[in-house]
Ligand binder design. Structure first.
Ligand SMILES: Nc1ncnc2c1ncn2[C@@H]1O[C@H](COP(=O)(O)OP(=O)(O)O)[C@@H](O)[C@H]1O
Ligand SMILES: [Mg+2]
Length: 376
């Protein structure tokens, strides 16, 4: 994986595209909500001090720092602003793959054997069996994951660990590579969604056989040979499907995920579903993201999905069907609907800051993030 001007090419891959944000805003508006978009930059705490909102739709990846995804929810918690999805503790935990794996293992959930490399000279634990996977411990969107991440010997392992530490300035997770089917399983409320299978067989010519950064970034590009086939439900027998869904539900619970999550799994040939990681803030792009593919497979349109996330949050905060609203210029209003839960506010405001800063966007109660495309 390359660099441009000393910055990894994948630096902004976690941020949502303007298209994702627009779709979520439109979905919320279609349900009668008025939406403000607020960037998750240094001005965000001040914005919420001067604007009363009912609910934040959080899609903020955070700006920087070790546990960045937890920053916006932590700010909102301190200001007592209700927020969709998981809290700051869960988001901090889940971004740390090694800590997540410790919790999964303690709950008896299968996860590939692993070792954390704080430095490039850390001695290799001889219990680990090659081939091994080398990845940054605290990234997402397959940042830092390429064909070269799969290593067969210690020389390649050292080279790869050194490169990840240099580029991503963090400890490295080294894991046994699980040969098998790539699956991802979502939870929404108390429902486990149909399992999604990502089949890399059509990508043979590219030499890529797992969900690398290139695979996600250029997914669907047949010229590059990066067009995996998606099956939802996955091609699994009912017993295996039930086992995979059970693992996803237990992983969601073990981390304490709230309302929604997506658990990435490799299914070994003997049928053991190994959990790679848990995503409490899954991407919601209507075309590219895996979570909406799974909800669509059970007949939920994108706007129904967004509504469901809002409803789940409102139920947690025991919000009624009528919500009083304070707009950003200080006006107040009351929205009522006999058959809809309303969350109000006023016009959409998207503040685009310089691209190196953060990317949460709040709406009048709704927070989101943006970037360049690909699968989150
Ligand atoms: N131990 C592993 N065995 C097999 N494939 C793996 C392993 N770890 C990662 N991968 C591949 O890399 C992809 C991204 O890894 P993942 O741990 O989910 O990180 P991210 O947070 O970047 O999505 C996975 O979806 C899978 O295809
Ligand atoms: Mg993943």
């Amino acid at each position: 994986m390359g660099e441009r001007d000393g910055v990894p090419v994948d630096w902004d891959s976690e941020f949502d595209t303007p298209g994702t944000i627009d779709t979520i805003v439109r979905d919320l508006q279609a349900a009668g909500h008025t939406v403000h978009c607020v960037e998750a930059d240094a001005d965000l705490p001040g914005w919420f001090l001067t604007h009363a909102v009912d609910l934040v739709f959080n899609i903020a990846e955070g700006r920087h720092g070790t546990y960045r995804e937890s920053q916006v929810p932590a700010i909102l918690e301190s200001l007592r602003v209700p927020c969709t999805g998981s809290n700051s503790v869960v988001l901090a935990l889940a971004i740390d793959k090694a800590k997540t794996k410790q919790i999964l293992a303690s709950e008896g959930l299968p996860t590939p054997r692993w070792q954390l490399f704080p430095t490039s000279t850390t001695a290799l634990d001889r219990r680990l069996q090659f081939p091994l996977m080398v990845k940054p411990n605290r990234e997402g969107s397959s940042k830092g994951i390429s064909k070269e991440s799969l290593v067969n010997d210690e020389v390649s392992l050292r080279r790869q660990v050194t490169q990840v530490i240099d580029r991503y300035r963090q400890e490295v997770l080294v894991e046994e590579f699980i040969e098998g089917q790539e699956l991802t399983a979502g939870v929404l409320g108390d429902v486990v969604l149909p399992v999604l299978e990502i089949d890399f067989e059509p990508c043979r010519q590219s030499g890529e056989r797992f969900y690398s950064w290139r695979m996600k970034e250029f997914q669907g590009n047949t010229a590059l040979g990066l067009a995996p086939r998606l099956f939802c439900p996955a091609r699994l027998d009912p017993g295996t499907t039930a086992r995979v869904q059970d693992v996803a539900r237990r992983a969601h619970q073990a981390l304490g995920c709230v309302d929604l999550s997506r658990t990435d799994i490799r299914l070994r040939a003997d049928g053991v579903p190994f959990v790679l990681e848990v995503n409490p803030l899954p991407g919601l792009n209507p075309v590219d993201s895996n979570f909406p593919v799974m909800t669509q497979a059970m007949g939920l349109s994108h706007d129904a999905l967004i509504q469901r996330i809002v409803q789940l949050a409102m139920a947690r905060y025991q919000m009624g069907r009528s919500v009083s609203v304070v707009g950003s210029d200080g006006w107040t209003a009351e929205t009522r609907s006999p058959d809809r839960q309303m969350v109000g506010g006023q016009g959409v405001q998207v503040h685009h800051q310089e691209p190196s800063s953060a990317y949460a966007i709040a709406s009048d109660g709704f927070l989101m993030a943006r970037t360049t495309g690909g699968v989150r």
